[in-house]
Design a protein around this ligand. Structure first.
Ligand code: PGA
Length: 245
């Protein structure tokens, strides 16, 4: 049985006050499922301090380099030093706006794993790719390089299936579309390691809200969610967590 995980990706939103308010709400009303919160870098230390037992903290990105002259970058060692447990890698906004490719994404996964962080590898197709019938080709491609280069270390990954057309658009994948994609992602692990394919957690992301969370999370291969916009409202996010049983 894979325990459900609900992750809050705040993206470039927030303030010290919002960090205190949202983490305070999670401390006062601890969710029953596992919860990970991903604030912007400047709020990580505050978030780690305020997170109660029920919540762990992660970063939205990490450098592909271990250390050195890389102005503006944040290393995996620094994240671990501040008590971060998780890191998002390969989010579609990083792939789209910062031209991150599968090789760079894999280097980031390697740096994160070296420091004992738990990476959430984000994959997903664009609307044009889905309409061309290429969704599975894209997912297979985005998984191939990390699975090949990480080998046995892939066991420490969590995957987030985030169809780009569903992110921030209000257009959620149907539960059946999510289930199909998650089963396909699991099959990519099965080709290498049958046991791992049963253990690996695959989260759904893309316009998850309280109204659709229970339906999505009830699918057999959906192990929780990566929540953007709806994670900025404590009541809405707690309702999504409550759907993850
Ligand atoms: P959304 O974002 O819930 O606002 O669609 C999800 C994500 O990008 O992780």
């Amino acid at each position: 049985m894979r325990p459900k995980l609900v992750a809050a990706n705040w993206k470039m939103h927030g303030s010290r006050a919002m960090t205190a308010q949202l983490l305070g709400a999670l401390r006062d009303r601890p969710p029953r499922c596992e919860v990970a919160v991903f604030p912007p870098f400047p709020y990580l230390a505050q978030a780690v301090e305020l997170a109660g037992q029920a919540v762990s903290i992660g970063a939205q990105d990490v450098s592909a380099h271990a250390q050195g002259a890389y102005t503006g970058e944040v290393s995996a060692a620094m994240l671990a030093d501040f008590g971060a447990r998780w890191v998002l890698v390969g989010h579609s906004e990083r792939r789209q706006y910062h031209h991150e490719d599968d090789v760079l994404v894999t280097a980031k996964l390697e740096r994160a794993l070296e420091q004992g962080l738990s990476p959430i590898l984000c994959v997903g197709e664009t609307l044009a790719e889905r309409e061309r019938g290429e969704a599975e080709v894209v997912l297979a491609r985005q998984l191939a390089t990390p699975l090949h280069l990480l080998g046995e270390r892939a066991a420490d990954l969590t995957i987030a299936y985030e169809p780009v057309w569903a992110i921030g658009t209000g257009r959620t994948a149907t539960a059946a579309q999510a289930q199909d994609a998650h089963a396909f992602i699991r099959s990519q692990f099965a080709a290498r390691d049958a046991k791992l394919s049963r253990l690996i957690r695959v989260l759904y992301g893309g316009s998850v809200k309280a109204a659709n969370a229970a339906d999505l999370f009830s699918q057999p291969d959906v192990d929780g969610g990566l929540v953007g916009g709806a994670a900025l409202d404590a009541d809405e996010f707690l309702a999504i967590c409550a759907a993850a049983r």
